[in-house]
Design a protein around this ligand. Structure first.
Ligand code: SAH
Ligand code: SF4
Ligand code: F3S
Length: 479
């Protein structure tokens, strides 16, 4: 042995010890776990899912591309109709198989959580039907995720968090979140949550709780963050978004029109503003006027009416008539003649006769919708309408729905047809189905496909429509 070798031994040993220590530390430090959130519901449900990821990001998680890659899978469920609610159980069946497979083949333990409106409505009862669930939390308990993860890591299972805590969920979430590196060009921002309207068919007041409006300062702060991270267009969300009446920057209560106006004035780089979903009873004159005087506000309004018969509207507890709704539409068209009107319809509400249904078709004829969603009435547990005796047979609902959808489809096509040759600015929000193709939404919310021509997602381009279909427009970039 020579000195050199001898000398070399010492540092080598030292190096080995350091490396061993580092490896030990690395093993001790929790590896970044991955979470996959699957959204089943409305835009608010999607927004909540993103907040869950933000909270978990602050706890060392990162988003997974699929359930297979994830250490934690969260099913963010929807309770609005039976079909939506039942989907969660088939998904849980699939996850049970995946969990067994990964545990057997890779020695990996996937955790499964159920969130969202089914979690809120069914809570504890879900565990009996699907013991595979590790924990359950409702839409008002997202801020409890860090403590739920701690309890899970400590070996606890089957926790259920479905209380409506008195704290400001949004403020708490802001505190707990790590901001994502980037957000999509068209981003969601929840400004209002919950509902006090209690339409007799609807579960939302029970799953989301009472109406709550976030303060304007919090909303503006979140909007600035979204713009910093790449958003160009923001859609304000709320189950009853136009009922928003939050604390303004001046300490007074503002309405939604004022909030939209302040956002348009204060937020640099904001290309477009939208809001959804609105209720006819909260469609005040300021908000109608905003479509004429707020140049960032896009000419599109989703304003569900549900039915055209006053008898049915009354039984639904909508507290407006068909004529009230039509008056609002007229006023909107007076301030913004080209506004795209969208709606929601329920057919086969208990007691709906053929004559009542005809009144829905008449209303649709008068409005001329650009787009609409329509559903068969689905009796929901705990709602007054579900208890009514005059339930409409399923075949009748199906037959009415087909007639309504045929009419709405024609109107959508007619609305789109008017756009052939039209030019407008388009925010590119995603990739199309064909190679090189990009897609965006027109100011009227139509899907628009364009050849990419070297442009990128997030660019705003001037386009000319060259093709119109029922569900989308085809366009070329002109500048
Ligand atoms: N807050 C919004 C939308 C809530 S849910 C509003 O008041 O308009 C979205 C849509 O689902 C509703 O507009 C309604 O058309 C539909 N919906 C709600 N409950 C339903 C039920 N029990 N059966 C069928 N459709 C329902
Ligand atoms: Fe449901 Fe009616 Fe409230 Fe809309 S307004 S969320 S339909 S109860
Ligand atoms: Fe569904 Fe809840 Fe939204 S019931 S529609 S996820 S508010």
């Amino acid at each position: 042995m020579n000195n050199g070798a001898q000398a070399a031994v010492v540092p080598a040993t030292a190096a080995k010890t350091t490396r061993a220590r580092e490896e030990q530390e690395l093993n001790a430090a929790p590896a970044r776990r991955k979470v996959f959130v699957k959204a089943f519901g409305c835009q608010m449900n999607v927004y909540d899912g993103e907040r869950m990821i933000d909270v978990l990001r602050a706890r060392g998680f990162e988003p997974a591309g699929s359930p297979e890659e994830a250490d934690l899978v969260i099913l963010n469920t929807c309770h609005i109709r039976e079909k939506a609610a039942e989907k969660v159980y088939s998904e849980l069946g699939r996850l049970r198989v995946l969990r067994e497979k990964l545990s057997r083949d890779a020695g990996r333990q996937v955790r499964i959580a159920v969130a969202g409106c089914v979690a809120q409505a069914e809570g504890e009862a879900m565990l009996a039907r699907a013991p595979v669930i590790d924990f359950i939390f409702g839409p008002q308990s997202i801020q409890k995720l860090p403590s739920l993860i701690d309890r899970l890591d400590a070996g606890e299972r089957h926790m259920v968090e479905t209380d409506f805590p008195p704290e400001d969920k949004f403020a708490k979430l802001e505190e707990q979140s790590a901001t994502p590196p980037a957000v999509p060009p068209s981003a969601f921002l929840a400004v209002q949550e919950g509902c006090d309207k209690f339409c007799t068919f609807c579960v939302v007041p029970y799953t989301r709780g009472a109406e709550y409006s976030r303060p304007a300062a919090d909303i503006l702060r979140e909007a600035e963050l979204l713009l910093d991270k790449g958003a160009k267009e923001i859609t304000l969300l709320g189950q009853n978004v136009n009922a928003w009446h939050g604390e303004g920057l001046d300490g007074r209560t503002w309405n939604l029109a004022r909030l939209l106006q302040e956002m348009a004035q204060r937020l640099e780089g904001l290309h477009g503003l939208r809001f959804t979903t609105s209720h006819p009873n909260d469609m005040d004159d300021d908000l109608i006027a905003a479509f004429g005087n707020n140049d960032r506000l896009m000419p599109y309004l989703h304003l569900p009416v549900q039915a055209g018969s006053d008898k049915v509207l009354k039984a639904m507890n909508r507290k407006h008539t068909a004529a009230d709704y039509l008056r609002i539409i007229d006023k909107l068209r007076m301030v913004r003649e080209d506004i795209a009107i969208s709606g929601d319809f329920i057919v086969g509400f208990p007691g709906e006769t053929e004559e009542d249904f005809q009144a829905t078709l008449d209303l649709v004829e008068q409005v001329q919708y650009a787009h609409a969603y329509s559903f068969r009435y689905s009796p929901r547990p705990g709602t007054p309408a579900a208890e009514r005796e005059e339930q409409v047979p399923e075949e009748e609902k199906a037959e009415r729905l087909a007639r309504l959808q045929a009419l709405l489809g024609q109107q959508q096509q007619a609305f789109n047809r008017r756009f052939l040759g039209r030019r407008f600015p388009l925010l590119l929000t995603g990739e199309g189905r064909h190679a090189g193709q990009l897609v965006g939404r027109s100011p009227w919310l139509q899907a628009v496909h364009v050849p990419g021509d070297g442009h990128a997602i997030g660019d705003i381009v001037q386009v000319e429509v060259v093709e119109v279909g029922r569900n989308a427009l085809g366009a070329h970039i002109v500048s």
